[in-house]
Every structure is written in C-alpha cells, then in structure tokens.
Design a protein around this ligand. Structure first.
Ligand code: ATP
Length: 366
C-alpha cells in the first residue's frame, strides 16, 4: 500500500500547461523520482497527488480508487519539502508529533510515533530543542521524521535534499532510500538533480513541458534513452548527423554528413539512407594508440583543451568539419593543440535516433 496511478491528468495556469495529459503508475513500495528541467511540471504533479491543487481533468487513483475529489487531509500522505516548513515556535518533539496530536490520537500512540520517527532519523536526543538550534541537515531530518510520524504509507518529497551541501547530499540520499525501504513506503520524489535521481530511485520519470518522456530504471534510461531529449538530459554526449550506408548482420554503418567518417552502430533497425542523429558520450571516448576491432576509430584535430583536474576536455574537429568533444583522463598522454589524433569509442555504446523535425528543440534543456 499504496499503488498510485495518474490517468490523463492535466492542469493549466492560463495558457501554461503545467501538466499535460500525464499518465504515470507508481507501484506499491516503489521509490519513484520525477526528474526534469525547471518548470516542466514536477511540483504541480506532486501537488495534484497531495490534493493541494485540483487538476482540470483526469483521475488520480490510490489503490484503484479515484481520490481526485478527496481533500488533502484525508489522503493519508506524508510530505517533505525543501524549505522545511518546521514550526519555529514549537520544539522538535511538538513538530514531529504535530499530525498525531491534531488527529487526536491517544497519548501512548503519540509517544510511540514520535519516538520511533525521531529514532529512525537519529534525532531523538534533540527532541527538546527548538528549530533555530538545529543545522540545515538536522532540520531536514526533522522534516522527514515528521512525515514518517504521520504513519502515512505514501511519502511525497519535493526537492527534500535541496538545501543540503553537495557533500552530505549523497549520504542523505542513501539514508533516505534505506528508510523508505525499511518502512515499506511508496515514495514519490521530485528533483532536478540527475545524480540524486540516479542514486535514490527504483525508477525515474523524465518530464518535459508537462509531459512524461520516459519512465524506467536509472540504468535503462542512461543506456537506452528513447529520445534525443532524454539522452541529452542524462548524459553529456556529442550529437552527430549521418545517413545509414550499409546494414549488416547485427550492425549498421553510418556515414557522417559531408562525406564524414564512417561510424558502426550496434543495430540493424534503420534502413539504408535513413537520416539519423548519433549520440556518443563524451566520457566514453579515448585516444587510440593500438588498433582495436571492437571500437569505432575516427580521425580528428585538437582545437582546444580545458584542464578540469582528473579529466581534460578536448574540443576536436572531425574530417567533415563537425565539432566533437571528448573528456579524457588527464593522466592519458597530453596532446598538443592542432595535433592529429585517432579517437576511439565502443561500437556498442553508440546510440542512434531518427533525425527529428527540429533538432534544436530536442537538444534544448528546457
Ligand atoms: P521547478 O523545478 O523550477 O520547481 P517544476 O518542474 O516543479 O519546476 P512547476 O512548478 O510544476 O514546475 O511549474 C510548471 C509550470 O507551471 C511552470 O511554467 C510554472 O511557471 C507554472 N506554474 C506553476 N504553478 C503556478 C501557479 N500557481 N500560477 C501560475 N503558474 C504556475
């Protein structure tokens, strides 16, 4: 409990379609993250599930029952926000047990819920302190404890770790996921941080302009994106235009535009002459020193170099004048500007997409 389904849910603010005929299923006990650029409708979706806004159309089902007209306080949901919304005039204990007290639960039940929730986040020893005595990470834990103490089985989290430093965020992601799994909750988490989404989720829903582009496991989204947008959003890739020249038994050969180099792709799904966009991740490219049969090999000239510490970003020009970027381990032999190099990258990791109507639109991260 619970299993959540959104069917054809829409919400507009004037002419802005904040959510546009959105369909999404979140399984019982699942940790699902909604990820997408700013303004794509993540928070609006979460608020619709919470009952804080009423959709213009569509159904929201909890365990098969349409709850779209049910008031927020009857939906049995725990919520955690980026801006903690902890009452400053109440101590930590009063904050965490607030919902149980408002519901009028018996004193021993309130005690049990408050103690368990604070223990789970390791903050029982701070029960008598006031919020202004706590640090941002500690307050975040209190926000989570307060949501858990509602006993709700559905947890909605809106950028819950957004106020934390990068360094402790990773640790909290791990803790939060562990807690949700331990308590058998269903969690719907909103973030615009890809690494957080990858680290914490069973599945991620990638949103753009009020719609869902793809819902899948972090690994599948990364290795098998269904669109140029998802590929670009989740990985730092080169996107190159080409045409299918030959279809072989299990692979095809694509010639980059302007009589450019030939690239082998690991699929036979496209017919000869099909116009494609190939995506090659910048961090999967290396300088080739020994010929290798399982790799694509492409000649290029180095035009710029940016030292980034452990990695150096090289800007290169291919033989057809296409620009290309490669993020190469700095300890791999340094190369001079204007020198000719052979780049290599795994055939199996080249992704291919049908050339879209508007490539610029697909590549825009908004
Ligand atoms: P962010 O990551 O920046 O929080 P988001 O993906 O959560 O963005 P939403 O906050 O859901 O996006 O907003 C989706 C769209 O709806 C945006 O264009 C936003 O400006 C608009 N919007 C959201 N709430 C309102 C509102 N109350 N009134 C008018 N427009 C709104």
């Amino acid at each position: 409990m619970p299993h959540v389904v959104l069917k054809n849910v829409s919400k507009a603010y004037g002419r802005v379609k904040a959510i546009d005929h959105l369909n999404l299923e979140i399984f019982d006990g699942e940790y699902l993250t909604m990820l997408g650029p700013s303004g794509c409708g993540k928070t609006t979706t979460l608020r619709a599930i919470a009952g804080l806004i009423q959709p213009d159309e569509g159904e929201i089902l909890f365990d098969g029952k349409n709850i779209v007209d049910l008031p927020a306080n009857e939906r049995d949901i725990g919520m955690v926000f980026q801006h903690f919304e902890i009452f400053p005039f109440m101590d930590i204990w009063e904050n965490v047990t607030y919902s149980a007290r408002v519901k009028g639960l018996p004193q021993n039940k309130i005690e049990e819920l408050g103690v368990n929730a604070l223990k789970l986040v390791g903050m029982l020893h701070r029960a008598n302190d006031y919020p202004d005595e706590l640090s941002a990470p500690e307050l975040q834990k209190i926000g989570i404890a307060r949501a858990i103490a509602t006993e709700a089985k559905l947890l909605l989290l809106d950028e819950p770790l957004g106020a934390l430093d990068l360094k402790i965020r990773m640790e909290y992601q791990h803790e939060l996921r562990k807690l949700v799994k331990k308590l058998g909750l269903t969690a719907i988490h909103v973030t615009h941080d890809q690494i957080e989404a990858m680290n914490i989720s069973d599945r991620i829903a990638i949103m753009r302009k009020g719609r869902i582009y793809q819902v899948d496991t972090p690994m599948n989204l990364y290795y098998k994106p269904n669109s140029i947008f998802v590929c670009n959003f989740l990985s730092n890739s080169n996107f190159l235009e080409g045409f299918v020249e030959q279809v072989q038994e299990s692979r095809s050969i694509v010639r980059l535009r302007g009589f450019g180099p030939k690239i082998i792709i690991p699929t036979t799904q496209w017919p000869v002459r099909k116009r494609l966009v190939l995506a090659i991740r910048k961090n999967e490219v290396a300088f080739e020193f020994e010929p290798s049969f399982e790799k694509n090999l492409v000649n290029a000239t180095i035009i710029k170099r940016h030292f980034m510490g452990s990695r150096t970003i090289f800007q290169l020009r291919l033989e057809n004048n296409d620009l290309f970027e490669a993020e190469i381990l700095t300890r791999e032999i340094p190369k001079d500007l204007n020198s000719q190099v052979t780049l290599s990258f795994d055939i199996n990791h080249v992704m291919s997409f049908e050339y879209p109507e508007k490539l610029d639109y697909e590549l825009a991260l908004e």
